[in-house]
Design a protein around this ligand. Structure first.
Ligand SMILES: [Fe+2]
Length: 337
């Protein structure tokens, strides 16, 4: 690879994802090398289907600006969370482009629940929807949506908990029948932020949904996206917490949790999260995982938050969502009334 990096393809036996290393380099060396060869890591990400692991980046924990510098390689805009309405306790105090995901103060966010039941009928760790919940693509409720996320394990929890799951939405699309591919071509999902009363659970419970501000409105996104770098087609959707279950989840189809739209979305999500398409990342401190939100889905898992402390840093990079978003104003910055 350009820059002297080594890429080993295949985080799964199916060849999804890859691991990048740079012999003898610490975090600062690796970032400087990546800046000097700025196409190397983005090319590796594209070649590997949208997930890259860079281990040994623990030095970023004491030099957080390194994460910002590395993020800038992946696109023109790195989100400044202080400017986009994030709660101040979730934003890194020195580098506001870093979003802090942690169960420790001041973030104090709890992990998701365990699946119900905890294991598959074969006694395995479940990854497939609907037993596994929480599959999403970051900020899919925005138009244009973001491209790439970088996620650093600053303080991680023991193996067997607090994993991050990744699904290869390109391979999943390619494995659909030609009939299903034709059926979903040109069809849009209806995405919305999870805190706005339109989650599946809220709609099922009959909880009245609050009025939405202009910058909170549901956004249509194609179920099939063509990747602007690779040209490959991939499924693009979320599930219970990030779709509009009142008017959607599929635009133009019978709405609601029992409608035809729900049946289609749930069938696609179950297909996309089959074990053969999924990589389960067990975290080691200093792991940096980079994923492409345009062609992968991901999900967080439970960890023992009463006894374990977990600190993760995330950045989000935008600016190349594809031709269909060309020239669009940012939906989340729409004038609030
Ligand atoms: Fe996420």
């Amino acid at each position: 690879m350009e820059g002297g990096f080594t890429l080993v393809r295949g985080l799964t036996s199916g060849g999804f994802g890859g691991t990048v290393t740079l012999a003898g380099a610490d975090a600062a060396d690796l970032v400087a090398t990546a800046e000097a060869a700025p196409c190397a890591l983005p090319a590796a990400l594209a070649e590997c289907g949208g997930v890259l692991l860079i281990p040994g980046m623990g030095g970023v924990a004491t030099a957080p600006e390194l994460l910002l510098r590395l993020s800038r390689i992946f696109g023109p805009e790195v989100e400044n969370y202080r400017e986009t309405g994030s709660a101040p306790n979730l934003v890194h105090p020195e580098v506001p482009q870093i979003f802090v995901v942690s169960n420790t103060p001041p973030a104090s966010r709890q992990p998701p629940a365990k699946p119900e039941p905890e294991l598959t009928p074969e006694g395995k760790f479940p990854v497939q929807f609907p037993q596994r919940r929480g599959w999403h693509s970051d900020q899919s409720f925005r138009r244009p949506p973001p491209d790439v996320s970088l996620f650093l394990g600053v303080q991680t929890v023991p193996r067997g908990q607090g994993q991050t799951l990744f699904a290869d939405a390109t391979a999943a699309y390619e494995a659909l029948s030609p009939e299903m591919q034709a059926r979903i071509e040109g069809v849009d999902g209806l995405h919305i932020g999870g805190g706005l009363g339109r989650r599946r659970e809220a709609v099922l419970a009959g909880t009245p949904a609050p009025a939405l501000k202009p910058n909170q409105l549901p956004q249509r996104q194609p179920l099939v996206r063509e990747h602007p770098v690779t040209g490959k087609r991939a499924l693009y959707m979320c599930e219970y917490g990030q779709m509009d279950w009142l008017e959607g989840p599929i635009y133009g189809m019978e709405p609601g949790p029992h409608g035809e739209g729900a049946k289609l979305l749930e069938a696609l999500m179950s297909h996309c999260t089959q074990e053969r398409f999924v990589y389960v990342h067990e975290w080691t401190p200093g792991d940096l995982v980079i994923w492409d939100n345009r062609c992968t889905l991901h999900a967080a898992t439970w960890f023992d938050a009463e006894h374990e402390a977990r600190v993760m840093w995330r950045t989000t990079v935008s600016g190349n969502p594809g031709a269909m978003y060309e020239g669009e104003a940012k939906s989340w910055l729409a004038a609030a009334e």
